[in-house]
Design a protein around this ligand. Sequence first.
Ligand code: IYR
Length: 216
Amino acid sequence: MSLKTVPAPDLRLPQDQMIQVANEFAATMARRRSVRDFSPEPVPFDVIEAAIAAAATAPSGANLQPWRFVVLTDPEAKRRLRAAAEEEEREFYTRRATQEWLDALAPLGTDADKPFLEIAPAVIVVFEVHQGPSTPRPYYVKESVGIAVGLLLATLHQAGLATLTHTPSPMKFLNEVCGRPQEERAYVVIPVGYPAPGAHVPDIVRKPLGEVLIRK
Ligand code: IYR
């Protein structure tokens, strides 16, 4: 059975305006940085809610929208999250990671300590939704959830908030910490807040457009 249709939205802008809008957005996004040193200052929940609403507009395989966003703000929940994540991370840094991987991470200065999981005022745990008792088999889950997370990060950044895309490995413990069913699988953990006063980030550079854009 096919869905009824509605007219495609007409978003057309005059050419000079479309270039300006795109350039301004690119310049704004160029200022986004992964922050690891957060202030405990609370953030308005309405902003997080709006960012999740934006994320949930992402295209998805067969429009099945296979995502859930769990927002932790309760200090005790964040403390449990941090403790469980650090346990996994200690395994990663001392046993699981290959030397090659550790060498790739060395310039970023990351280690098994994850104070940001407790200090950031909000932590969003994004889950993929797979087939389960009340959920159908989804398609292109990683692609769909990845796009949703991109929109989430872009919205939070536009609203003036800092984020970190944190990927503890493995992530199974997040089902327990967030009270989510087996068919959901954690995809990424995103602390959200303001940088701590005086926070620094590594002085990275992005690849020049000439390298990443191939025009044929
Ligand atoms: N999950 C670890 C390791 C880590 C992996 C990558 I790839 C990074 O870009 C950063 C960290 C951690 O969060 O420390």
